[in-house]
Design a protein around this ligand. Structure first.
Ligand code: NAD
Length: 288
């Protein structure tokens, strides 16, 4: 199976390297980033796509996906799969899927959860949208780059699952952080707060696995000065995508809207850029 890989940034490079480490031949291209040495370098997206059975992309946004899809789709063999692992707006994923049908190419959107560490360790979770046949065909690649792949439905539903998950994550992280702020002011020891909440009905991934208070719970970015991890900027990106989708469908997401505004202010006005998204606790503990 000839694989092309476009977008060799923080996530794409280690994902592509894992494919080569598993014995796959991968041709790579990026407009900026260097091609890792285990890949065959291409001088353009079109060259990376020539003769590919699977084209994987890991790009910053819907505009980049649109531009790459327009360029490479005509170069792909009929019956091949275009697998986009980027996080993009639902409309861009659906548009790329429609474009793919013109060339008899199968489009699968499969955004990931697990961050750079998951990409390096090959433990990502993929949320995939596309035909069952295309999902089956690329299942072995998901097995190399990740620990789990969930087939969510037709093209676009992978992005839907991703933005819904991250809307919950953004809101629960803020709720967890503000509760720590309140507990501080009321004199409750942070470790006791964790001991109670992590085993009571307020528990969540944000509290139990990724505790925003340092030196409490499993090791997380709070123990390393909030070095990402999952940067607040990326959380803001995903929250904005959720709000774009909510506006397009008329869905009521007041908690998502408020979480978006709180992360916007953190990133744009409160030195939150480049900080892990759990660093938003500083806002509630008097550090900002
Ligand atoms: P990144 O900016 O490090 O990498 C993106 C790469 O795409 C860059 O190297 C850029 O040069 C390249 N690129 C952009 N336009 C291109 C084009 N037209 N042709 C070829 N290459 C092009 O970003 P990243 O952190 O690797 O994230 C990639 C995607 O994964 C994003 O959609 C992001 O939201 C998502 N994601 C990231 C994380 C994370 O923790 N970094 C976690 C989950 C999901």
């Amino acid at each position: 199976m000839k694989i092309g890989f476009i977008g060799l940034g923080n996530m794409g490079a280690p994902m592509a390297v894992n494919l080569t480490a598993a014995g796959r031949s991968v041709t790579g291209f990026d407009i900026n980033a260097a091609c890792p040495p285990t890949l065959v370098p291409a001088s353009s997206a079109i060259e990376a796509a020539k003769g590919c059975e699977v084209m994987i992309t890991m790009l910053p946004d819907g505009a980049a996906l649109h531009s790459v899809a327009m360029e490479v789709m005509p170069e792909l063999q009929p019956g091949s799969v275009f697998l986009d692992c980027s996080t993009v707006d639902v409309a861009s994923a659906v548009a790329a899927a429609e474009h793919a049908t013109t060339y008899a190419v199968e489009f699968v959107d499969a955004p990931v959860s697990g961050g750079v560490v998951g990409a390096e360790k090959g433990t990502l979770t993929f949320m995939a949208g596309g035909s069952p046949g295309a999902f089956e065909k690329i299942q072995p690649l998901f097995g190399i780059m990740g620990a789990r792949a969930v087939h969510c439905g037709v093209a676009g539903t992978g992005q839907v699952a991703k933005i819904c998950n991250n809307m919950i994550l953004g809101a629960t992280m803020i709720a967890t952080c503000e509760a720590f702020g309140l507990a501080d002011r009321l004199g409750l020891d942070r470790q006791k707060m964790f001991d109670v909440v992590s085993s009571s009905s307020g528990y969540s991934w944000s509290m139990n696995v990724y505790c925003p208070a340092p030196s409490i719970g499993p090791e997380s970015p709070s123990d390393h000065g909030y070095k990402p991890g999952f940067a607040a900027d990326l959380m803001l990106k995903d929250l904005r995508l959720s709000q774009q989708a909510a506006a397009a469908t008329g869905a009521a997401t007041p908690m998502g809207a408020l979480a978006t505004e709180i992360y916007r202010a953190f990133v744009e006005e409160e030195q939150g850029t480049g900080v892990d998204f759990s660093g938003i606790i500083r806002k509630f503990t008097g550090q900002i």
